[in-house]
Design a protein around this ligand. Structure first.
Ligand code: ZN
Length: 452
């Protein structure tokens, strides 16, 4: 008797230690019904097993994916398809998708075409400390007319908490499956047809894996993805790997939604593209690019190419999220350039980038070469047409290094006559070419200063 008390004390301490180390979220999800002492001990043992399995990651959710049938058990077959092969593919696709999330460890009850009994599947799941057991199946019906998806979850007998968690899981998976277009047959429970009972005398679940998982303290669900016996379901949802992949991804999304899992790269996934808002030549050898600020960006990369669909080279970087402009000084007048901008984000040492903005074009104008001639009381400023220019601005000053005023803007002509000349005074002139940029004007450099 004394020995037993000592053992009880040790177990109690172990239970306190284990439960304090478990993550609060998952601990809450794993709450068992107010239990007889027997159940308390089985829970302690289960948790001890679990902490041994997950010595370093005891907060990870353990999801067991069970590809139905296998080996000598083919499951249903119709329309040249075998259930055991389809379930294995869906399970693999689901695992690959689910592993993109943080805080989850994914197990398969089988990863090849082998036969495993139903009890063994639950034993294996319990052995790895399963938090949920998702059994993957394909439906079949002799009538061939039945179609759509349905998910079975544990009835509310014996461990209502397991039933409740299973109902949420089933609902989340069903929601994602039906969003693929599968007909919604609903989520269901099914009681055993015989008089078998749980330890509390309540009627058991019909399906062995749902029953076994509940007895081990975690929810088991059976996902009947589509009807192999229905031609339309088979052709649309079961005949190609890409269709099966969609089913696996839908299952994974449902599981992730149910347990609030976050994708590993979720922060980076939300880094959006930007748009170039302004692009123009600021002189014959300078281009200014402006773009929209992107939430979450650490900085931006600026790319340039002489061809719209050519090879873009990175020409600059802005290492500040709020800086949304860049001046490129390594360009030559007369040329056409295309620009793209993409935001990036640093996650530790790792740099992740969003997609590129659309390409925008800028044409750099050549500098006009001017001549200035006096004609009596007038001064004529003339130049050669600059290719691509829409207009020209004429500036004048009374001092060579003085303050130049814009005295005229002319279009479709290559000269201007200044009639406002005071006798005996020297005037200094310079001209620049202008054309439209993206929401801004592109300017050539100013011409050399000439005077009369
Ligand atoms: Zn099946």
């Amino acid at each position: 008797m004394k020995k037993l008390n000592k053992l009880l004390a040790i177990l109690l301490l172990a239970a306190i230690f284990v439960s304090s180390a478990a993550s609060p979220v998952h601990a809450a999800q794993r709450v068992e019904t107010a239990s007889p002492i027997q159940q308390f001990f089985s829970s302690v043992f289960r948790n001890l097993g679990k902490s041994r399995q997950k010595a370093s990651k005891d907060t990870e959710l353990a999801i067991v994916l069970d590809a139905g049938h296998g080996g000598s058990d083919y499951g249903a077959s119709a329309n040249k398809l075998y259930e055991k092969a389809l379930t294995l593919k869906i399970a693999r696709y689901c695992k690959a998708e689910l592993e993109k999330y943080n805080g989850v460890k994914v197990y398969l009850t089988r990863s090849d075409d082998t036969y495993i009994g139903l009890d063994q599947r639950i034993k294996d799941a319990t052995g790895v400390g399963a938090d949920a057991f998702i059994s993957i199946h394909i439906n079949s019906d002799a009538s061939k007319t039945a179609y759509g998806a349905e998910v079975y979850y544990p009835n509310s007998n014996y461990k209502p908490q397991v039933s409740e968690e299973g109902r949420k899981l089933a609902g989340a998976i069903q929601k994602n499956l039906t969003s693929l277009g599968l007909y919604d047959r609903g989520i269901k429970t099914l009681n055993s047809a015989s008089k078998t009972t749980y330890p509390d005398g309540s009627q058991t679940d019909y399906y062995a894996v749902i029953r076994g998982a509940k007895q081990s303290g975690y929810p088991g669900v059976i996902v009947e993805h589509a009807f192999i016996s229905n031609l339309s379901d088979a052709q649309t949802y079961l005949s190609t790997d890409s269709a099966l992949k969609k089913l696996g991804i839908a299952d994974a999304k449902g599981i992730a939604a149910c347990y609030g899992l976050k994708k590993k790269d979720e922060d980076l996934g939300e880094l959006h593209k930007t748009n170039i808002t302004k692009l123009s030549g600021k002189s014959s050898s300078r281009v200014r690019v402006e773009w929209e600020q992107v939430k979450g960006a650490t900085g931006y990369e600026i790319y340039r190419s002489p061809l719209e669909n050519g090879k873009y080279k990175r020409v600059g970087m802005v290492e500040k999220s709020t800086s949304t402009s860049y001046t490129d000084k390594k360009v030559e007048c007369g040329n056409i350039y295309y620009y793209k901008v993409r935001p990036y984000k640093m996650a530790g040492d790792k740099k992740d980038t969003a997609g590129f903005s659309n390409a925008q074009k800028v044409k750099l104008l050549k500098t006009p070469a001017i001549s200035v001639k006096a004609q009596d009381a007038r001064i004529k400023i003339s130049w050669q047409n600059v290719k691509g220019a829409d207009k020209y601005e004429i500036y004048r000053s009374t001092l060579k290094k003085g303050n130049y005023q814009k005295i005229a803007t002319v279009e479709e002509t290559a000269s201007f006559t200044d009639v406002n000349r005071k006798p005996g005074k020297t005037y200094y002139y310079k001209v620049r070419a202008v054309c439209n940029g993206i929401r801004s004007y592109t300017y050539s450099s100013y011409s050399k200063i000439k005077w009369q």
